[in-house]
Design a binder for this molecule. Structure first.
Ligand SMILES: NC(=O)c1ccc[n+]([C@@H]2O[C@H](COP(=O)([O-])OP(=O)(O)OC[C@H]3O[C@@H](n4cnc5c(N)ncnc54)[C@H](OP(=O)(O)O)[C@@H]3O)[C@@H](O)[C@H]2O)c1
Length: 189
């Protein structure tokens, strides 16, 4: 089974989120996420799970928050949601090993580690592949435009992708767009 990380981070400082939200809205990035992950297991940390747009409907109506994906949520306090979870294809586990075992047992071919920063920290050494969206423009936060590079300190509750050794990875595809680049990296060591 391939273990893939899927992430959008800022080119200059690897910012991935703030205030438990994405710092930007890049519609093509969301489309890419959907295209790549549809039909697969996707692992989220509890914070990212709670940030999903349909999280409130999961709480109020028990509706699966991400169509056509099997979601595994990592939490050390999984009882919080286990009792109310009536959805098929939604699992709560308390370790990355359990998430990997669960996906393998169900015959998954490619498991996606979809953040946030705590999950990426644990997953980076286990991953074979990274689907990266490298954001390199000014980003829009709420209604104001903020240059991530110059004003990063002003953004509160920031979270970042972990530092990792690029010499262990090879870029196998690259598509450049205005404001962002889609890259695929494969582990070589
Ligand atoms: N740019 C991107 O591509 C991208 C993608 C995803 C998320 N994000 C952003 O990232 C931010 C959230 O990241 P975050 O670091 O705050 O939170 P997170 O990684 O989403 O969730 C952290 C929580 O997940 C659980 N967890 C994580 N690793 C675990 C492990 N190995 N074993 C057991 N439990 C584990 C713990 O839950 P408990 O506290 O319940 O124990 C932990 O407190 C948000 O701003 C979000 O928008 C960005």
């Amino acid at each position: 089974m391939i273990i893939s990380i899927i992430v959008a981070y800022h080119k200059e400082n690897k910012l991935i989120g703030f205030d438990n939200k994405l710092p930007w809205h890049i519609s093509d990035d969301l489309k890419r996420f959907k295209k790549l992950t549809t039909g697969h297991f996707v692992v989220f940390g509890r914070n990212t799970f709670e940030s999903l747009p349909n999280f409130n409907r999961f709480i109020s109506e028990g509706i699966h928050p991400l169509k056509n994906r099997k979601i595994i949520i990592l939490s050390n306090n999984k009882q919080k949601y286990l009792n109310r979870n009536k959805c098929l294809d939604l699992y709560f586990v308390d370790s990355l090993d359990q998430a990997i075992t669960l996906a393998k047992e169900q015959g998954e071919s490619e498991l996606f580690m979809a953040g946030g920063s705590k999950v990426y920290q644990h997953a980076i050494d286990r991953a074979n592949k990274i689907y990266l969206t490298e954001v390199h423009s000014e980003i829009v936060i709420a209604s104001s435009t903020i240059s991530v590079s110059s004003n990063a300190e002003e953004i509160t509750n920031k979270v970042f992708f972990p530092e990792y050794d690029l010499s262990k990875w090879k870029v196998t595809s690259e598509e450049i767009f205005e404001g962002y680049t889609f890259k695929t990296l494969e582990r070589i060591f």
